[in-house]
Design a protein around this ligand. Structure first.
Ligand code: MEV
Length: 443
C-alpha cells in the first residue's frame, strides 16, 4: 500500500516527480533529475504538451527524421518520420531514390467514408422496427443540424444511416450503422458527438411513438461510438516499371537475370497465403506508415487497428501489398484504409506535427493518405528487396552500430574507427565490444 496514492492527478508536476522518485527509484535524486531533464525550456510549449494527457511528468523523445526524394504522382516530397528503429528511415529513403529513377510512386484515394455505430437492444418484432425505420432515420437526421453545420459547410456531414438487424447473433440486438464524410479531419469527436445524439434521439423517438405498444416503447442504447474499421476510407499506392529496369537488383545481389523480381513476387505471395509471414510483412509496411502518422500528429492505433482488420477481411490475415509481373511489367502495390486527418486533433497543436505538415505542403487528408500509403509501400519494397537479396541484417546492423557504440561508451575517435572497420565486417554486439577492447588495449 505504501506505493499507492490518491490525488496524484491533483499534484503539481514537481510533486508527482518527487513522489515517484521516492517510491519507485533506488536513487531518487538522480531519477528526479533524469525525469526533469527532458522538460522543454519553452514553458508555453511544455504546457501544450502536458495538456495532451493526464499525469504528464516528462517528455519521451523520439527522433524526428526525414526521408527525401519521394516522388508521388509527379510531385516531390521530403517526408517526416518519427520512429526509433535504426534502419527504417534509411530503407524508406533508399526506396524513394530507387523509384525516383523509375517514374516515382503513383497513388489514388479510393474512398473517404468513415463509420460509426449506435448499438441498441429492442425486444419487439424486427419487421416492426424495419417498417418504422424510414421515419426514425428522418427524425435522427433532423436532430443534428447544430452539430453538423460546420462540417456541412466544409462539404462533409452524415452520409447515411442503416439499420442492421443483428438478432440472429445476439437476442434483441440492432445497430444504427452511420457513414460520414469528415473532409480534412479524422473526425472522431464529430462522429462520436453525432452518434451520442442519435442514441438519445433513438430513445426519444421509440418512447414517444404512439403507434408502438407499451412493451415496444422499451429501447436500450448500449453504446454509441465510431468504428475504427473503415474499409471504404481507402487508398492505393503503387510502383511499376519494366522487368529490365530492375535487372541491377539481381546483378547487385549476384543473382541471374530476373531472379530478384521473381523472388520479390514469391515473397509477397508467401505473405498472402501464410499469416505468420503476413504479420511480419505488414509490420514492415507499418514501420513506414506509423512513422509518418506519428510525425503528422495522427492516431497510429486507429490506423493500425483498421489496417489489420482490413488485412483479414476475407477471414484470413494476409499481406496488404501485392506484387506481380504482367507483359514484362513489374507492379508492386499497397491498398490500405487510412482514416487520418490534417486538421483538428494534435495536428495543429503539436509543435513538430505542425512542422511536419508544412514540410509536406500542408496537404489535404486525401493527399496525406496517398503520402502515407506510399511510404508504407516504399518500406515494404525495401524490406522485401533486402530479404530476398542480401538479407535484412546487413543494413540493419550497420545502422544499429551507432547504438551499440553509444551503449559501449565509445569516444568519437573510437566510434569513427569502428564505423570504418565495420564497413567490411559483420556487426554484432560482441564483435563491436571485442573491437573496442582491442582498440583500447592498443591492438
Ligand atoms: C523489421 O522491423 C521489419 C521487417 O521484418 C519486415 C519484413 O520482414 O518484411 C524487415
Amino acid at each position: 500500500m505504501e506505493k499507492t496514492v490518491s490525488g496524484f492527478s491533483k499534484m503539481s508536476k514537481r510533486q508527482k516527480i518527487e513522489w515517484l522518485a521516492t517510491h519507485f527509484f533506488d536513487n531518487p535524486e538522480a531519477a528526479g533529475q533524469a525525469l526533469t531533464a527532458w522538460h522543454r525550456p519553452d514553458e508555453q510549449q511544455q504546457k501544450i504538451i502536458d495538456g495532451f494527457t493526464e499525469n504528464a511528468i516528462s517528455n519521451y523523445t523520439l527522433p524526428f527524421s526525414v526521408a527525401p526524394n519521394f516522388m508521388i504522382n509527379g510531385k516531390v516530397y521530403a517526408v517526416p518520420m518519427v520512429i526509433e528503429e535504426s534502419s527504417v528511415v534509411a530503407a524508406a529513403s533508399s526506396a524513394a531514390k530507387f523509384w525516383l529513377d523509375r517514374g516515382g510512386f503513383h497513388a489514388e484515394v479510393l474512398g473517404t467514408v468513415k463509420l460509426g455505430q449506435v448499438h441498441f437492444r429492442w425486444a419487439g418484432a424486427p419487421e416492426r422496427l424495419k417498417t418504422l425505420f424510414p421515419e426514425l432515420k428522418a427524425h435522427l437526421l433532423g436532430a443534428i443540424d447544430d452539430l453538423t453545420a460546420n462540417m456541412r459547410q466544409r462539404g462533409g456531414g452524415v452520409l447515411d444511416i442503416e439499420l442492421h438487424d443483428m438478432t440472429a447473433l445476439e437476442p434483441d440486438y440492432y445497430q444504427l450503422r452511420t457513414s460520414f464524410e469528415t473532409c480534412d479531419s479524422m473526425g472522431a469527436n464529430f462522429i462520436n458527438s453525432v452518434l451520442e445524439r442519435f442514441g438519445d434521439q433513438l430513445e426519444y423517438f421509440i418512447e414517444s411513438t404512439p403507434a408502438l405498444t407499451d412493451q415496444e416503447r422499451d429501447v436500450e442504447v448500449v453504446m454509441a461510438i465510431l468504428s475504427n474499421y473503415t474499409p471504404d476510407c481507402l487508398v492505393r499506392a503503387w510502383v511499376e516499371c519494366s522487368e529490365a529496369e530492375l535487372e541491377d537488383l539481381a546483378r547487385n545481389a549476384g543473382l541471374p537475370g530476373h531472379a530478384a523480381v521473381d523472388r520479390i513476387c514469391t515473397a509477397v505471395r508467401i505473405a498472402e497465403i501464410d499469416p505468420y509471414r503476413a504479420t511480419t510483412h505488414n509490420k514492415g509496411i507499418f514501420n513506414g506508415i506509423d512513422a509518418v502518422i506519428l510525425a503528422t500528429g495522427n492516431d497510429f492505433r486507429a490506423v493500425e487497428a483498421c489496417g489489420h482488420t482490413y488485412a483479414c477481411r476475407d477471414g484470413q490475415y494476409r499481406s496488404l501489398s501485392r506484387a506481380w509481373v504482367e507483359n514484362g511489367i513489374f507492379r508492386f502495390e499497397l491498398t490500405i484504409p487510412l482514416p487520418i486527418g490534417t486538421v483538428g486533433g494534435l495536428t495543429a497543436l503539436h509543435p513538430l506535427a505542425k512542422q511536419a505538415l508544412e514540410m509536406l505542403g500542408n496537404p489535404s487528408a486525401r493527399e496525406l493518405m496517398m503520402i502515407v500509403a506510399t511510404v508504407g509501400l516504399a518500406q515494404n519494397f525495401a524490406a522485401v528487396r533486402s530479404l530476398v537479396t542480401t538479407g535484412i541484417q546487413q543494413g540493419h546492423m550497420k545502422m544499429h552500430l551507432t547504438n551499440i557504440l553509444h551503449q559501449l561508451g565509445a569516444t568519437e575517435t573510437e566510434a569513427a574507427a569502428a564505423q570504418e572497420y565495420f564497413c567490411r565486417e559483420t556487426v554484432s554486439f560482441s564483435a563491436v565490444r571485442t573491437y573496442l577492447e582491442n582498440l583500447r588495449a592498443g591492438g
